[in-house]
Ligand binder design. Structure first.
Ligand code: FAD
Length: 323
């Protein structure tokens, strides 16, 4: 029952979620006592491809067909399914990213496989069962699904599995499956960046605001601090529920999970549901005027004070440091 992982890249660079997917795939392969192959589609350098071995891939299939330079759902799904056939893989794993959400069901149809989208934990494989814990209802709940088909497709929720280095280099093999014209019914002609902002799940620095900021008109300082640090902005659930910020910024159990090097929580109490989304942060800094706020229990650095005084001072300090 070999395992195949699809390793997503953006403009030739592997995404952070790719290393999570390979680490997760390694753990699944170990659980099943089998091997792990990675497939990459696009223009990734030979060194980066071989480095996937560090995360546990034993072999990397490299598809560098110029027709597949830009992401095309149907064609990518065909190529990944062809790789699964070639390797005899029964389990295909990919990220539950924007493209992964389109690919997983298509690969599932091609392989006649059961699909668990949005997995948040390793599968349970005791006995003859194969069950996966996953998010449901747009992340508002969890479900445990049993995949009863011989082949299985799992898409992993970003930032829910830790990256583990446990290997060396992996041999890279060119893979050139035939692609059909009918797989290119819609093609990407041009990609235009709508914003230079860092995407929240991939961000190394996140500046996040809660209800303590009182209203949407006070978000200027959150954005200014995030921009100065080259980070992304985020918020607690009540903030997005109130429409102060978009739902795409809502972090926590029912929102996005993040794993930045630095998470700055401003006017956020630290409710358990919020902490569920930030527990993989390396360093947490909390700014809160209540010294008893639960966020201080998980913070590496805490500033007890009024955000409207502390954050402007922090902004000035960063500006001075950068000058
Ligand atoms: P509050 O709890 O109101 O905290 C505001 C904080 O700001 C307080 O600690 C206060 O001391 C501080 N403050 C006030 N004024 C200032 C100031 N001037 N300067 C500095 N500090 C100040 N929440 C999430 O965030 N994410 C989730 O995914 C999520 N999922 C949930 C799922 C379920 C099923 C349920 C029941 C709840 C969920 N929640 C979630 C809500 C969660 O329980 C909390 O209600 C929420 O996180 C609180 O948001 P907050 O910290 O912004 O607001």
């Amino acid at each position: 029952m070999p395992v195949l992982v699809y390793t997503e890249n953006a403009e030739g660079k592997f995404k952070k979620s790719t290393f999570e997917v390979v680490s997760y795939g390694r753990a699944v392969a170990d659980q099943l006592g089998t091997s792990l192959t990675a497939i990459s589609i696009g223009n990734v350098s030979a060194d980066e491809l071989a480095a996937l071995g560090k995360y546990g891939a034993e072999k990397v299939l490299n598809v560098s067909n110029s027709q597949l330079k830009n992401f095309v759902n149907q064609a990518y799904a065909s190529v990944i399914a062809a790789a699964a056939d070639k390797e005899g893989a029964d389990v295909v794993i990919l990220s539950n990213s924007f493209s992964g959400r389109g690919l997983a069901p298509r690969i599932g149809v091609k392989l006649e496989a059961g699909v668990a989208d949005g997995a948040v934990a390793l599968p349970e494989t005791a006995g003859n069962k194969f069950t996966v814990k996953k998010t449901a209802f747009s992340g508002k709940a969890f479900a445990t699904v049993e995949l009863t088909s011989a082949k299985k497709v799992i898409s992993l929720t970003p930032n829910t599995y830790k990256v583990e280095e446990k290997g060396g280099g992996a041999p890279v093999e060119d893979f050139a499956p035939a692609v059909k014209e009918s797989d290119f019914r819609a093609i990407v002609k041009e990609i235009v960046r709508a914003t230079d902002k860092v995407s929240l799940p991939d961000a190394d620095i996140v500046v996040s605001g809660g209800r303590g900021l009182k209203g949407p008109e006070n978000w200027g300082m959150v954005e200014e601090l995030a921009n100065l640090l080259g980070g992304a902005t985020a918020c607690s659930k009540p903030v997005s529920d109130a429409g102060w910020r978009p739902h795409s910024e809502h972090v926590g159990q029912t929102g996005i999970a993040v794993s930045p090097n630095l998470y700055i929580a401003i006017g956020i109490s630290g409710a358990i549901q919020h902490l569920a989304g930030i527990s993989r942060s390396k360093v947490i800094v909390a700014i809160n005027k209540d010294p008893e706020a639960p966020i201080f229990k998980v913070a590496d650095y805490g500033i007890v004070g009024d955000a409207f005084e502390v954050v402007p001072k922090l902004i000035e300090a960063v500006k001075t440091y950068k000058a």
